[in-house]
Write a new protein. Structure first.
Length: 280
């Protein structure tokens, strides 16, 4: 298994970019410590100082995180929320309105990032001499496409307009979601309602909360799929008492895993052994 020449941290990043069809590294992903010839790596959704020490104990050649783990990826993370504007426009929200809805979240995120000790985890990797990178948006984009395909494929077999329950069933055809302990939830709306037009909001930094969902409802979207949502945001949406709007939540780690598992398979195909932890 580990007989290949290994991959550099840049080559590992390039594998993810190619899968997502991206030309450049997005703002929420970064190589913190460069490395060459990585034949055995540890990957987890969240990597901090303890996990880097564990990696050293396990004797791996490098570590891959999914979520931003510091440095520029943490400081610039809010910029990828701009992807929410693109997804909203695709779903029929006027561009100007979409920008106005997302801009406050980006501004808040940039201000919040000022508080972060962005150097903490990367400094541990640096001192350990442990090659370290995180790949966030590209893998979520891959996952988003799988979720949309699953919904389209399942809906085509129905011979009638899908209900919200059908969207839940469609998402549950994805093994990562079907096998997850979290399950799929419908915090806003009802299972027996028509799903209407469906928008999957994944691969956009994080969920769009109340304001994005409200704008989508205004544009005639019947069902929004978030991978997670704060309970307060769901409460605010429920309080609108919208007859034709539903929110489906597919589970954070389960949904992150969709893209991650395809990425791990690509690394293994290149004879890089991947030790899975923290959600994998
Ligand atoms: Fe993710
Ligand atoms: Fe995530």
């Amino acid at each position: 298994m580990t007989n290949g020449p290994g991959l550099s941290t840049d080559e590992i990043m390039a594998v993810a970019l190619e899968m997502a069809g991206m030309q450049r590294i997005p703002d929420d992903s970064a190589v913190y410590v460069d490395g060459q010839g990585l034949r055995r790596v540890m990957m987890g959704v969240d990597i901090g100082a303890a996990e880097l020490l564990l990696a050293r104990q396990l004797g791996v050649d490098g570590v891959i995180a999914h979520h931003p783990a510091g440095g520029a990826a943490t400081l610039r993370f809010p910029r990828v929320l701009g992807r929410q504007v693109e997804l909203m426009v695709e779903a029929g929200v006027p561009a100007e309105e979409a920008r106005a809805v997302v801009q406050p979240a980006i501004a808040r995120g940039m201000l919040r990032a000022q508080a972060a000790n962005f150097d903490h985890t990367p400094s541990v990797a640096w001192l350990l001499g442990m090659p370290f990178l995180n790949v966030h948006l590209p893998l979520d984009e891959v996952g988003r496409r799988v979720m949309i395909e699953a919904i389209d494929r399942y809906s085509e077999t129905l011979g009638r307009e899908p209900t919200v329950a059908d969207i839940v069933e469609a998402l549950s055809t994805i093994p990562e979601i079907r096998n997850a302990p979290t399950g799929v939830m419908v915090p806003v709306g009802r299972l027996d309602r028509p799903a209407g037009r469906v928008a999957v909001f994944h691969g956009a930094g994080t969920n769009g909360g109340f304001p994005v969902a409200q704008a989508l409802a205004g544009a005639g979207v019947g069902t929004v799929v978030y991978i997670h949502v704060a309970p307060e945001e769901a409460d605010r949406l429920r309080a609108l008492h919208l007859d034709r709007f539903n929110l489906v939540v597919s589970g954070h780690i389960a949904s992150d895993l969709i893209g991650i598992n395809l990425f791990v398979a690509e690394l293994e195909r290149r004879e890089v052994e991947v030790i899975r932890m923290s959600g994998l």
